[in-house]
Design a protein around this ligand. Sequence first.
Ligand SMILES: [Zn+2]
Length: 128
Amino acid sequence: MSALAHKDEDRIPCKWCGTPTQMLGTKMCDGCWELETRIQSQPDLARRILDDLESESQVTELMTEVSQEWLDELAKVKQQRDDNRAKINRLNGELVRQRRSALEQYDRLIERFDRLREAVKALGDQYK
Ligand SMILES: [Zn+2]
């Protein structure tokens, strides 16, 4: 138990990733030591893999960008649709009002016509 506590005190941060390590000589954690060793043994391959991963992430970035453009475009189309709906609703309301007003005018005309007919009839009766 005291040996473990002693080990904890001897730890230093890994020079690559900062993970506490007991490897005072290499100053690397096991993972970083393994990675560095593999890279050093095949640096060209390591570079090709890194380049490939980087271009892959660039493609992902591009796709994200394109998706964002599509989302923006979609949002615009939706906004346009909502605007059009609101316009249609307004026009419908206006149409209903105009039709009601036309019907009222029509009713008034019929009333006047009826009164006129009554008047003509009364006049006719007078000259019988
Ligand atoms: Zn490390």
